[in-house]
Design a protein around this ligand. Structure first.
Ligand code: BES
Ligand code: MN
Ligand code: ZN
Length: 531
């Protein structure tokens, strides 16, 4: 029998070595064309749908090679195939001479009816954590969901890789004393016996790596404490991403944005000492048609104290993550530049702190945005929409044809939809639907809420064109209405990730802390629009 060979290697490398971002964890992912019984690894991962009594495919091949031990565990009721069930079987060479893997891990996939790529990500995430806690260095896995799951090979492989990379993620750079911590799995081989599928798996790996590395970058930026990540540090990261991926990059300083008339943005930044940075990156994927563009705008508040309308103390530390929208757009353009859709993509992040210093803006102040509209500052804690107003003004002045903004904008998002679904608003059904479609494909739930005319009136001011808050009812909607007034008639979508960009506890491929949401949707959107 021919020995397993690496038909193709798509190796995960430490791409980013950001000064302000932790060393990337190195999980090498490769594909090998081999019989599962022949692969020399610490653990071979196979799977089982609920209700299957006689496994076939790769799991069946393992079962036969092991003299029916898996079937027996099924009939004994030890293995049921329920979602997240993990069963480790020791298969030493002394007992199984014709079976190379030292152990087999059978992962339950749950019901095959409802199985999708998000199910793959979830199972792959719990598998990689189980492997790490068992001290495994090198594991092999079959592609989950591609057999009787019926999912397409490339996307099933992509989701398998994403689950592993995202599920293994930890933010450890400031943990210096826990010596008993388990080391990460070093290598994951995706094993496939059918040589005609190897190329598809290979491209799935490549996409999974690009998507996941971007999400990991977004997570690292969100998890980074605010004392380590000033607007200048966010800009430095963006510049590094730009340099490494051959993107255009500009940063505007306070004097530059003042000249452009960004009074709303400057008003937010004036309460603290750390200088603002207005970041603009661009990827040229359709040079012949500059109008074929997508502008991704991310809220970039590097710390939101609330300003003079200061927030209560409890939980304020989470406001280090108030640049989650900015992190996701900077991360997305990294993957976009690697995957090269035929579309021009611009990223904008108006980065600043929101602080209550002596020169901070006050409730009652009036500021003038770049587009000439005047805004009464009703509450200095509604700062995100102010920075977005000027970021959108800039995008429109530079010829934006489609705008998607991402922002940790309102606590009301959690009240409306909880922390599993991000509210989406927009003025253009086609663009809204493209965003919703991609979010479904990639497993980042979103739901459209209406921009109704009744709620819009809540933003009316007596002394300016608008005020920056709209009272108690429909807090996410009034914030979206505010931004809509600056988007005007340019097709625009707003994604409020206040509840979804950070989690209190681990959920599937999302660890506690930063989730990276909605980076994957943004990448997928650019791929679809430029496909
Ligand atoms: N960054 C916050 C929103 C937020 C809250 C994000 C919780 C993540 C978790 C935003 O700037 C804010 O303070 N919004 C206010 C708006 C209000 C003053 C109209 C809010 O939601 O309370
Ligand atoms: Mn705020
Ligand atoms: Zn904020």
């Amino acid at each position: 029998m021919q020995s397993p060979r690496s038909a193709s290697t798509a190796v995960v490398r430490s791409l980013h070595n950001h000064s302000k971002v932790q060393e990337q964890y190195l999980l090498e992912v490769v594909v090998a064309q081999s019989d599962v019984t022949e692969i020399d690894v610490d653990v071979l991962v196979v799977n089982l749908f609920e209700g299957v009594t006689k496994p076939d495919g790769a799991t069946g091949a393992v079962d036969s090679a092991l003299g029916g031990v898996i079937s027996e565990l099924i009939s004994d009721g030890e293995i049921t195939g329920s979602a997240s069930e993990l069963t480790l079987i020791h298969t030493p060479n002394s007992a199984y001479a014709n079976f190379k893997p030292a152990r087999v891990l059978v992962a339950g996939l749950g019901s095959s009816d409802s199985f999708d790529t998000d199910g793959i990500r979830r199972v792959s995430a719990s598998v990689i954590r189980k492997l790490r806690s068992s001290g495994v260095k090198h594991a092999a896995t079959i592609v989950h969901g591609a057999g009787i799951g019926g999912l397409e090979t490339t996307s099933a492989a992509q989701a398998t890789v994403e689950g592993a990379l995202l599920g293994a993620y930890r933010f450890l750079k400031y943990r210096t004393t826990d010596k008993k911590r388990k080391a990460d799995v070093g290598k994951l081989t995706i094993v496939e016996v059918d040589s005609s599928k190897v190329a598809d798996i290979s491209s799935g790996i490549e996409r999974g790596v690009a998507y996941s590395h971007a999400e990991i970058l977004a997570r690292d930026l969100v998890n980074e404490p605010a004392n380590k990540l000033a607007p200048a540090d966010l800009a430095a990261t963006a510049e590094k991403v730009a340099k490494e991926n051959d993107l255009d990059y500009t940063v505007l300083e306070e004097a530059d944005v003042a000249k452009l008339g960004m009074g709303a943005y400057i008003g937010v930044s004036q309460g603290g000492p750390r200088p603002l940075k207005f970041i603009h990156m661009s990827y040229e994927g359709d040079a012949g048609d500059p109008q074929n563009n997508l502008w991704l705008i991310g809220k970039g508040i590097t710390f939101d104290s609330g300003g003079i309308s200061i927030k209560p103390g409890a939980g304020m530390g989470k406001m280090k993550g108030d640049m989650g929208g900015g992190a996701s757009v900077i991360a997305a353009i990294q993957a976009i530049s690697q995957l090269k859709p035929k579309l021009n993509v611009h990223v904008v992040c108006a980065a600043t702190d929101n602080m209550p210093g002596g020169s901070a803006q006050r409730p009652g102040d009036v500021v003038t945005a770049m587009n000439g509209m005047t805004i009464e500052i009703d509450n200095t804690d509604a700062e995100g929409r102010l920075t977005l107003a000027d970021a959108i003004g800039y995008a429109k002045s530079r010829g934006a044809e489609r705008i998607v903004d991402v922002a940790t904008l309102t606590g009301a998002a959690r009240i409306a939809l909880g922390d599993g679904v991000s509210p989406v608003f927009g003025n253009d059904d086609e663009l809204v639907n493209s965003v919703l479609d991609t979010s479904t494909t990639v497993g980042e739930s979103m739901w459209r809420l209406p921009l109704d005319s009744v709620t819009k009136r809540q933003n009316a001011s007596k002394i300016a064109d608008l005020k920056n808050t709209g009272g108690r009812g429909g807090g996410s909607t009034t914030a979206a209405h505010f931004i809509a007034d600056f988007a005007g008639d340019t097709p625009w979508v707003h994604i409020d990730v206040a509840a979804t960009s950070m989690l209190d506890s681990t959920r599937g491929w999302m660890p506690a802390g930063a989730t990276g949401v909605p980076t994957r949707s943004l990448i997928e959107l650019a791929m679809n629009l430029g496909g």
